[in-house]
Design a protein around this ligand. Structure first.
Ligand SMILES: Nc1ncnc2c1ncn2[C@@H]1O[C@H](COP(=O)(O)OP(=O)(O)OP(=O)(O)O)[C@@H](O)[C@H]1O
Ligand SMILES: [Mg+2]
Length: 343
């Protein structure tokens, strides 16, 4: 009988759960909706749904530990503990920052930096698998610069300023109207009356969606901006250029580590190890990812994140097993064959 370890990566848009055996072999996976305490409607229910799905067909009494990667850990413990008990598990999981599980899901290295652009955005310097410096991650209202929500919010603003004539026309008007209102708009319709009506409909729909689905909904518009940029819309390109600049600034500031001051200088290129790029906007082949890679330049050693839930499970394994065995399991979980098996 071998023990099972649970890893959870809960984001604003989706929650991923992975159950691992002591060897690092995957025993189960589950997925559900968002679990961010500030932007998701019911974090505990999402966590429980992902847990239950991943544990299906497995003996829950074999679960020997769990790690949850969540944003806002101070407030995230309550829904995490609630979900753990509701899934029929004993003991309690350890709750760590979601950026840490993103880092550990990409590399078994103990040190480096991670930049996340998903629903939200932040960067963290990691030392000995702990967060030692962070930048941004301040949530949809106050920060998360360059995130899906930030991009969606800026796209809406630029469409609305174009509609009342403050800024030049943009393809974003038609594409966002289609995405938000679910219908095609007559292209070239320029009358004031038409613009005023479309503005009112868009504004009402956006406030309603945010009220009912949470602010994470704004991030669902990020692919629309990607599409508009691919079609050469200068406003969409401008939004993504600015998002990439802000994300690279966030990464560089966090990368300086706890001793680094706020000023510029050579330490800019210092990430203390690999720079892990996480979150769908950076792991998918997006226009934003392309810009972030360009902004980071050739000298930075970056790697894409693979699986945050695997990183969380690796941390659970490391808390319970001797370092050598835990390391082999961690290698397997991040998709690198342990050296002992390469012979
Ligand atoms: N191909 C794509 N192009 C643009 N945006 C995308 C793409 N795929 C996903 N997104 C956006 O990425 C966001 C989700 O990111 P991710 O999958 O990293 O979620 P998350 O872990 O739930 O979020 P977070 O951890 O930031 O709270 C959504 O806003 C979604 O619209
Ligand atoms: Mg995430």
């Amino acid at each position: 009988v071998t023990a099972l370890f649970v890893g959870v990566d809960g984001g604003g848009t989706s929650t991923r759960c992975l159950v691992a055996r002591e060897t690092g072999e995957v025993a189960g996976r589950g997925r559900s909706g968002g679990a961010n305490v500030l932007s998701a409607p019911d974090p505990a229910a999402s966590l429980q749904a992902a847990l239950t799905a991943a544990l299906e067909g497995l003996d829950r009494s074999q679960v020997a530990g769990g790690v949850f990667g969540l944003a806002g850990i101070a407030r995230a413990e309550t829904p995490a503990f609630q979900a753990w008990r509701a899934a029929g598990l004993t003991g309690l999981p350890v709750v760590v920052p979601d950026v840490l599980v993103a880092f550990c899901g990409a590399t078994p290295d103990p040190d480096g930096t991670v930049l996340v652009a998903g629903t939200g955005a932040m960067a963290a310097r990691i030392r000995e698998r702990q967060v030692v410096r962070r930048a941004d991650g301040l949530g949809w209202l106050l920060g998360d610069e360059g995130s899906g929500v930030w991009i969606g919010r800026h796209a809406l603003t630029r469409a609305l300023t174009a509609l009342d004539g403050r800024t030049p026309p943009t393809l974003l008007v038609d594409l966002l109207a289609a995405a938000v209102l679910g219908r095609a708009e007559p292209a070239n319709e320029l009358s004031q009356e038409f613009s005023r009506q479309l503005t009112q409909e868009l504004v009402s729909a956006v406030y309603e969606q945010v009220a009912s689905a949470g602010a994470a909904w704004l991030g669902t518009l990020a692919p629309v901006v990607d599409d508009a940029a691919r079609r050469g819309d200068p406003v969409a390109e401008d939004i993504l250029d600015e998002a990439a600049r802000r994300l690279s600034r966030t990464a560089k500031v966090a990368g300086r580590g706890p001793g680094g001051g706020p000023g510029g200088g050579e330490a800019d290129e210092e990430f203390g190890g690999p720079l892990v790029l996480a979150g769908s906007l950076l792991t998918e082949p997006t226009e934003l990812a392309r810009r972030v890679h360009a902004a980071l330049g050739d000298r930075v050693r970056w790697m894409p994140a693979r699986d945050g839930a695997a990183g969380a499970a690796a941390l659970a394994l490391r808390a319970a097993l001797p370092p050598g065995r835990a390391h082999e399991a961690h290698l397997r979980l991040v998709g690198r064959t342990p050296v002992s098996e390469e012979r």
